[in-house]
Structure formats: C-alpha cells, structure tokens
Ligand binder design. Structure first.
Ligand SMILES: NC(=O)c1ccc[n+]([C@@H]2O[C@H](COP(=O)([O-])OP(=O)(O)OC[C@H]3O[C@@H](n4cnc5c(N)ncnc54)[C@H](OP(=O)(O)O)[C@@H]3O)[C@@H](O)[C@H]2O)c1
Length: 384
C-alpha cells in the first residue's frame, strides 16, 4: 500500500490520479490532498478519501470550513505554506505533484528534502529550477518520476538502457489547434478557440501552452533535466495523432517508441506503480483505426515560444525561470482577455531580452527571477 500526498487534487491531472487510486484501493491510499481555490471540491474529496489532512493554498477560507473538516476528522491547513507543510510530513510514501505553475516548486523541494519520491506532472518545477531540484534529489536520494506523457514515454524507453547509449530524444507534439493556421492569423485567435485542443482534455494553462507550443518548449527543458541530455540532442517532431508519445534514438541507430491512446491515466498509473505495472481495463489501442501516423518538422518561426525555450536552455542560469514566469503571466492575461494570443510569446521574448540573467545560486535567485518576470509582464500588460 503506497500512501500518496496528492497536490492539485482538484485539477485535470489530480482527477485522473484519483481515478487510478479508486481503481486500485489495495495499492494506493490518499494520505494528503491539496487544492487552491476549490474548497467545496476539496471537502467532497476529503469525505470520499478520508486523508490525514488537506492543504488549501487559496487566499480566503470561511471559518465554518474548519468546523466542517473537523467534523469528518480531517485536519485543514490553510495558506501559502500549507502545501509545503503536508509535503514535509513523514507518514506518506510518494508525492504526486499535479499543481499548475511555479507554485509547485517549493512543495517539490519540501518532499525531496523529506527523502520522498516525487511523481511529477508539474513541469514548471523543473523548468524554473531544474538544476537545484535535480541536485537536491541526488543529495537526498529522492527519485523524480515523470507523469507528463512524453517524459513517461522516454522513461519507459530507457528502462534497462545506459544513459551513454542515447543518441537523441525525440519529443512528439500534436501541434495544437493552430498547426495549419497562418502566422498572420494568430492575432485573431480567441480564448475559446485556443482552449480547443484536438487530442487532450487538460487544464486551461497547459491547453494555451499547447496552442503556442510553449508546452513543448517547457517539455524540452524538463527532458534536459530528467535525462541529462543536452539541448542539441533533443528534437521535437509534430505528430498530430498523439499516438507515439515520444522516442529515444540510440547510438546504434535503433529507435524505441512508446505508443498508446492519449489518456493521461496510463502515464499517471505507471508513475504511481513504478517500477511495477498493474493490470487495468482502460481503453486499448486498435492499430487498424490508425492506419496513418504522420510527422512534421515544427515551424519555429510561427511558434516562437518553442524557439525561445531552446534559447533559454542554452543560456542557462535564471533564463528558464524568467521564460516560465513571463509565460504564466502572459497566459493569465490572455485568458482574462487583456492581451491577444500572438502577444504571449512576444511578452516572453521581451522579458528575456530585458532580463540581465544570473547563475542559479539558490532558491532565492530563482524566486527573484520569477518575481522580476511577473512584474515585467504585468506592467507591460497594463500599458496595453
Ligand atoms: N492536464 C494534463 O493532461 C497534463 C498533462 C501533462 C502535464 N500536465 C501538467 O500538470 C500540471 C497540472 O495541470 P492540470 O492540467 O491538471 O491543471 P489544472 O486542471 O488547472 O489543475 C491545477 C491544480 O493546481 C491547483 N492550483 C492552481 N493554482 C495553484 C497555486 N498557485 N498553488 C497551488 N495549487 C494551485 C488547482 O487547484 P484549484 O482547482 O482548487 O484552483 C488544481 O488542483 C501542470 O504543470 C501541467 O503542465 C498536465
């Protein structure tokens, strides 16, 4: 029985993780849960799963909720540090980080310092502080197991392989809803159009990131830290069917790919049960329905965000933290109808251009770069 601390339980990955827990009550137990704004849903989940405690990181919570949670025997922790507080508890076996954004960084570090393995969906953790996170994970003997379908695919392709046998990592990307749209039309893209992903049903931020291809850029950085393969040996391939989740090419020219239907429950279950595989009855792939799998080179002129991600990876230091935070703010502004779709990568590029760039000495350096980028973008959005 693995006792889980699930952060971001009310989101898309959180819901899929709970679906897996429900399917395997003898294998997984929910020990801790968190939510950010949805206190009502957090309470319903607490009633169902009876965790030890729950963390609510949103600003305000009405006093009566404390009584409600007490009535069902679940402790309620509230505030900015509540996620770190549950991640630092001794009595769980794995942290599942399904929070969105750089807010996932501190709790990931808390779990690592606590010596716990981390099943990581929160890619922003590795984008903004990959060096720090991987160093601390090595020091504390904490394993980071990817949930992201592409990285889970790479991870699965690498089981039993030596790292120096890798020639290159090939991350596949659906290309998002605007793969065939002319760059000149990006300025007219509406929020509703950008939220329509062709293959995956995900949270709002990652759906917009998938439409700009920033998501693939974040994943390139995530892969760099997880697998220790430099930027020049990571390539991105547009594969609109999202059946091949990613591939590894080895030094002898052999290529391994991991395939399956686009269903996040598969990589989530693998991360939770790793290194074991558990039999399930999730929908299976019928190859006869996919007689054509197609592949294209991404257009880096049209999808600037992907190019920027490769640039910051090569620049190193605080540049990835700036890219990540500027993107979070710009996506938020777009979702609030304050900027156009094509302004998202423009604002990120502008922030990177103005940022002096520092080496990552510690967590404070990362957080300072994050704050700087957020302020930069907010000021520019206000001037629009
Ligand atoms: N969705 C996917 O299929 C998918 C696939 C691969 C990777 N990922 C990655 O997984 C992560 C989660 O994505 P998602 O699509 O599940 O997002 P989502 O549906 O928006 O859910 C986000 C979760 O994080 C919580 N949250 C939001 N802001 C927070 C903050 N500032 N501090 C603490 N918690 C916060 C939310 O709580 P409330 O609901 O209470 O606000 C919710 O539980 C992202 O890093 C994403 O890139 C997602």
């Amino acid at each position: 029985m693995k006792r889980l601390c699930l952060l971001g339980a009310t989101g898309s990955i959180g819901r899929s993780s709970l679906d897996i827990v429900r399917r395997f009550p003898e294998a997984f137990h929910i020990q801790y849960l968190s939510a950010h704004r949805n206190i009502k849903r957090l309470f319903e989940l607490a009633q169902q799963f009876r965790p030890q405690a729950v963390a609510y990181s949103g600003r305000n919570v009405a006093d009566e909720w404390f009584g409600e949670f007490r009535r069902i025997g679940v402790e309620l922790l509230v505030g900015r540090d509540a996620l770190e507080a549950i991640a630092a508890q001794p009595d769980y076996d794995m942290l599942v980080n399904a929070v969105v954004g750089a807010a996932g960084l501190r709790p990931t570090l808390a779990a690592i310092q606590n010596g716990k393995p981390v099943a990581l969906a929160n890619k922003e953790t590795l984008v903004c502080a990959g060096e720090l996170v991987m160093r601390q994970a090595a020091e504390h003997g904490s394993q980071i197991i990817p949930i992201d379908s592409e990285h889970s695919a790479l991870w699965q392709c690498l089981v039993g392989e030596e790292r120096d046998a890798i020639e290159r990592l090939i991350l596949t990307a659906s290309g998002g809803p605007f793969r065939e749209l002319a760059a000149a039309d990006f300025r007219h893209v509406t929020v509703e159009q950008a939220l329509q992903h062709p293959n995956w049903n995900m949270g709002r931020k990652i759906t917009i990131d998938s439409a700009t291809l920033m998501n693939k850029g974040l994943e390139v950085i995530e892969a760099y830290w997880l697998f220790g393969v430099e930027a020049d040996r990571i390539s991105v391939l547009i594969h609109p069917q999202s059946i091949i989740h990613s591939m590894v090419e080895f030094i002898d020219g052999s290529i391994k790919a991991q395939l399956g239907l686009p269903d996040m429950r598969v990589p989530i279950q693998y991360a939770l049960s790793y290194p074991d595989r558990l039999a399930n009855d999730l929908p299976r792939m019928d190859f006869r329905k996919y007689s054509q799998l197609t592949f294209f080179e991404p257009d880096l002129q049209k999808f600037r965000a992907l190019k920027l991600a490769f640039d910051v990876l090569r620049a190193g230091g605080t540049a990835p933290a700036v890219l990540n935070a500027a993107n979070e703010e710009a996506v938020h502004a777009f979702l609030s109808h304050r900027i156009r779709f094509d302004q998202i990568p423009m604002l990120v590029e502008d922030a990177l251009h103005h940022h002096p760039g520092n080496p990552v000495a510690d967590l404070e350096t990362v957080l300072a770069a994050d704050q700087w980028a957020r302020k930069f973008v907010r000021q520019h959005v206000e001037q629009e």
